[in-house]
Design a protein around this ligand. Structure first.
Ligand SMILES: *Cc1c(COP(=O)(O)O)cnc(C)c1O
Length: 467
């Protein structure tokens, strides 16, 4: 299984290389050359299998040319051993026809742990095999950073630098990044927005000399390995509701389009899905795109669901490649227009988009109302991201079961929850010291040179440039 770039001019790579490369050298994102499919019997068998074993079945077709199945199995079991629930991603019935898929039982209480815990192990495995080191650089709107730092704390071969927008992540999110004490872990507050942080990371990847010098690798959702690790829970949850003999729907809190793209991949791999519902907050670029056929950037509005306060959904490029019949030239044109005009028209792809996805934007009022109603009527406390998905599911009637992806624990966003419900959500006991442990982080301007200098001075993988 080889991987190709959505922009068509980067070399084909193996899984190992894609894992370490993140972004393709032509600026595109990697996708497998073909989609493997799982047989109906295999999908049916997931109903009674452990999560880590389902992960092996789902991921192995993508990695088998690079990673022996027994090694993959060891890594999936190891990755999910620190989760706070034996089901890893338990399903909770909310009301008739609607269930919550709790993806927040990992070490940082966010769904990103599911992918990140495995990604860090895959990376160490590949680096070990090659006798290499790596420098991981990532941008976070809140949850990615903590999940990445937590996953790489025990890494023997990778240093990690996470850029976060100063003052725009919650205290809990910041502390998850700034309290780990390992010397190879660096949290950096950037004077800017998440999009600025993401632009800095992209610029570092596009600086090929720098990229080679520090052996740069990425863990943002542009990394294919993260997407593939998220496909597991779509299969695991749907099987519990009778897949492949019944089709379910998924409502997915969406920012960078990584999580919902994993649902699209599950569909490509043979999972029957009735509807894939994109749930956004007031940053509604995707619902606007589905409604109008025009992808148009606007300013970022801060909301109670900060991990979705995004106006560029990077992984949408992967979908555009698929929806256009894998037409890299069309993707390149759309991305050129986006860079130049901050917008592009989908043209004939619009109809394909409308047939693949429903999309709903939840206002801050909708979110508050939903959290309060759900607490009062069902005794269940939603976090604001998950609430966007409940609102979206209510607006798009599906006939079968609708599975709401719960992407964060409410205790990660206590200010919003207290304001809405007057109830202070409790952190699980295993995080008792988080709010009092000392913090350690650096602050840098929104400036590429300053950030590159910082990375090079701190990371053990950096080789000095030869004059
Ligand atoms: C990252 C995140 C999202 C958005 O996920 P994408 O893969 O970027 O679409 C939604 N909710 C929470 C809590 C997150 O941390």
């Amino acid at each position: 299984m080889n991987y190709i770039s959505t922009r068509g001019t980067a070399p084909k790579l193996s899984f190992d290389d894609v894992l370490l490369a993140g972004l393709a050298r032509d600026g595109g994102l990697y996708l497998p050359e073909t989609w493997p499919t799982l047989s109906p019997e295999t999908i049916r068998s997931f109903a009674s299998m452990a999560f880590a074993d389902i992960a092996v079945e789902v991921i192995d077709p993508f990695t088998k040319a690079s990673i022996p199945r027994a090694d993959l199995a060891r890594m999936t079991h190891d990755a999910y051993s620190a989760f706070g629930d034996p089901a890893i991603t338990p399903l909770v019935n909310l009301k008739a026809g609607t269930s919550i898929l709790e993806l927040f039982h990992g070490p940082t209480l966010a769904f990103k742990d599911v992918a990140m815990q495995l990604l860090a192990r895959l990376m160490d495995h590949v680096l070990e095999k090659r006798g290499q080191r790596a420098t991981i650089v990532g941008a976070t709107s809140g949850d990615t950073g903590g999940a990445a730092i937590e996953a790489f704390r025990s890494s023997k071969r990778a240093d990690i630098v996470i850029l976060f927008p100063d003052g725009r992540v919650s205290d809990v999110q910041r502390r998850m990044m700034t309290t780990p004490t390992e010397g190879h872990v660096h949290a950096v507050a950037i004077d800017g927005t998440f999009d600025d942080c993401q632009a800095l990371v992209k610029a570092m990847f596009n600086d090929h000399a720098f990229r080679d010098r520090v052996q740069l690798s990425g863990v943002n959702s542009i990394n294919w390995a993260r997407i593939v690790a998220q496909v597991t829970y779509y299969f695991a949850a749907a099987a519990k509701f009778g897949a492949p003999d019944k089709a379910v729907s998924f409502a997915v809190p969406t920012g960078n389009f990584g999580d919902i793209f994993a649902g699209f991949v599950a569909k490509r791999m043979g999972l029957p899905v009735e509807r894939l519902i994109i749930a956004s907050n007031e940053n509604d670029i995707l619902p606007r795109t589905v409604a109008t056929g025009v992808y148009e950037m606007r300013g970022v509005v801060p909301t109670s669901s900060p991990s979705m306060d995004i106006q560029i959904s990077s992984n949408f490029e992967r979908y555009l490649f698929e929806a256009s019949g894998r037409n890299a030239t069309a993707v390149r044109d759309m991305m050129t227009n986006l860079a130049r005009d901050k917008r592009f028209e989908l043209g004939p792809i619009w109809d394909v988009l409308k047939s693949d996805f429903a999309a709903v934007a939840a206002s801050e009022g909708d979110v508050a109302d939903c959290i309060l109603r759900t607490k009062n009527q069902h005794g269940y406390l939603l976090d604001p991201h998950t609430a966007c998905a409940v609102v979206a599911a209510e607006h798009s009637q599906a006939s079968g079961e609708t599975i709401i992806l719960a992407t964060a624990h409410p205790a990660k966003f206590p200010d919003a929850i207290v304001a809405i419900t007057s109830e202070h959500p409790k952190l699980p006991a295993r995080l008792a010291n988080l709010m009092t442990d000392p913090e350690r982080f650096d602050t840098l301007p929104n400036d590429l040179t300053a950030v590159e200098r910082f990375v090079e001075s701190r990371c053990r993988g950096a080789t000095k440039a030869i004059a």
